[in-house]
Design a protein around this ligand. Structure first.
Ligand code: NAP
Ligand code: MG
Length: 487
């Protein structure tokens, strides 16, 4: 049976708010344009008002009480159906993702497949053991814990993973009995409409998932100040994350923030240089460097620095950068004109600081395209080394040894992901202890995470509550401790 989705019609009509089970228009609209072809309008979207956000919370609150009374089997079944429907629409979803933010089509498809896997994981997890039984000091007491949903969750998501990040927040929130008010990034709103339609078609009751399209800064107060709000799950920049944290600081709101990164890779003299250069290239340049876990700095031991540098130069210069809808394209454009402007400012800074540009891929000189590049001779204090660029610019530095590399790698306010390339197990074990990041890779690129294990950063990259895997169950539920005494 094919499920009919109306995403393309909604994006023509600007009917993109999904509140209380109904699709609605707004008084105002905003448009988005294809970053690989800026003359193409990819969608018209309703700009939500604060009143509409308040409505969404009202519906979410009532709907949550009914949804929590569903059995785990029933909730699991809705997610399983959602995964099947998304799979049925894999190609449409993939093209929508690319139209939203320019991700190369094969990576976009990989991301939608990941969303399908996430839905299936949480569909299965719904039926896993819940709560624990403990021995009691009193033999006539049965002592146990039960998990309960939190209530209404606000999910605020970024544009760089339009399907995967919303799915890894919304799927667990729903399956453990919560309802959701979801504000996707403006630049990922088309994918968001499609995903909300998938949940609707899967039979999710009205009001359990509400989609708010519109500006994050304009709706901030309405999103974070509603009294029905029980928890916020946010992924995005540190600046916005910290503002959200402050806005709920005097309330008892559970909060999960996954923020930026400035992820280092270390290449030691004993590494497999061919493999290391390929991993570093992928980590730094794929998805146009716009992954929170992207490799942004590489520290190479002097003994192999010439060999490694040549290998990475050759690989960067050979990258296929261009039309993201072509299957062989490796790197698409940056996500939006705003993103291009921001990365161009870092390039201007690099030029003004007189850094050396080692490699520079060829890229179309139009729309939001930007040539992937490797730079060196950069001061450790430069913003190129300290700030998240969120684009395909890799800073390469030569170091004398492992200790120096680790000290540079850790010298950052961020702590999301890090990589070490070596064949020496003892050094690898040392690195796992010393590196200040929530995700650690040995002989793998910094980017890329599996959906069934906890994920999150240290230091300025995270509020330290992990996402995904069993960590998601912990975040999206609370515990009641129950003492039952037989008389
Ligand atoms: P962003 O500018 O912080 O925006 C994230 C979300 O917050 C968007 O939906 C945005 O809406 C909304 N928003 C903006 N201002 C707000 C406010 N004052 N109150 C409430 N919501 C507000 O981040 P982005 O540019 O979309 O994404 C890139 C950033 O995300 C990078 O820093 C990247 O490292 C980080 N990221 C982290 C992870 C991780 O897991 N650690 C994963 C992916 C991305 P609008 O779009 O409408 O402004
Ligand atoms: Mg932004």
């Amino acid at each position: 049976m094919t499920t009919h989705l109306r995403t393309s019609q909604r994006l023509l009509d600007g009917c993109t708010l999904f509140i209380g089970g109904e699709w609605k228009n707004g008084m105002e609209t905003f448009q988005r344009f294809d970053p690989s072809s800026l003359s193409q309008c990819t969608g018209v979207y309703a700009m939500s008002t604060e009143e509409m956000v308040a409505d969404a919370y009202k519906y979410a609150k009532t709907a949550q009480e009914n949804w929590a009374a569903f059995t785990a089997q029933q909730r699991s079944e809705v997610l399983r159906k959602a995964s099947d429907i998304l799979e049925e629409h894999l190609e449409t979803a993939t093209r929508q993702l690319t139209a939203d933010m320019g991700k190369a089509i094969r990576d976009a498809r990989g991301e939608v497949l990941r969303s399908i896997a996430i839905l299936r994981y949480y569909s299965g997890d719904a039926l896993q053991p819940s709560g624990d039984v403990y021995p009691s000091a009193d033999n006539s007491t049965f002592l146990l814990t039960v998990e309960e949903p939190l209530g209404v969750i606000c999910a605020i998501t970024p544009w760089n993973f339009p399907f995967a990040i919303p799915t890894w927040k919304i799927a667990p929130a729903l399956v453990y009995g919560n309802s959701v008010v979801w504000k996707p990034a403006e630049a990922a709103s088309g994918s968001a409409v499609l995903l909300a339609e998938v949940f609707e078609a899967a039979g999710l009751p009205s009001g359990v998932l509400n989609l708010i399209t519109g500006s994050g800064s304009r709706l901030s107060k309405a999103l974070t100040g509603n009294e029905a709000l029980a928890a916020i799950t946010f992924t995005g920049s540190g600046g916005v994350g910290n503002r959200i944290r402050q806005s709920v600081a005097d309330r008892n709101i559970k909060i999960q923030l996954e923020l930026g990164g400035k992820n280092p890779a270390i290449v030691l003299a004993d590494a497999d240089l061919e493999d290391a250069s390929l991993q570093v290239l992928r980590g730094a340049m794929y998805s146009t460097g716009q992954r929170c876990t992207a490799t942004s700095r590489v520290y190479v031991e002097r003994a192999v620095s010439e060999d490694f540098t040549q290998k990475i130069i050759d690989k960067v210069n050979a990258l296929i950068v261009g039309d993201p809808y072509i299957e062989t394209t490796e790197v698409g454009p940056l996500g939006s004109p705003e993103q291009l402007k921001s990365v161009n400012q870092f390039l201007a800074l690099a030029k003004s600081e007189g850094v050396t540009i080692l490699a520079n891929a060829s890229a179309p000189d139009s729309d939001c395209f930007f040539p992937p590049m490797v730079i060196t001779d950069v001061s450790a204090k430069s913003r190129l080394v300290t700030d998240e660029i969120f684009g395909p610019i890799l800073v390469l530095q030569v170091v004398e040894n492992f200790q120096e590399a680790v000290s540079h790698a850790n010298n950052t306010e961020f702590g999301l992901s890090s990589s070490l390339f070596t064949r020496d197990l003892t050094t690898a074990m040392k690195f796992i202890k010393l590196t200040q990041s929530g995700v650690v890779h040995v002989n793998r690129e910094t980017a890329g995470v599996e959906p069934h294990v906890p994920f999150g950063g240290l230091k300025g990259s995270s509020s330290l509550n992990r996402e995904q895997g069993t960590a998601a169950r912990e975040f999206f539920t609370t515990t009641k401790t129950v003492y039952i005494r037989s008389t």
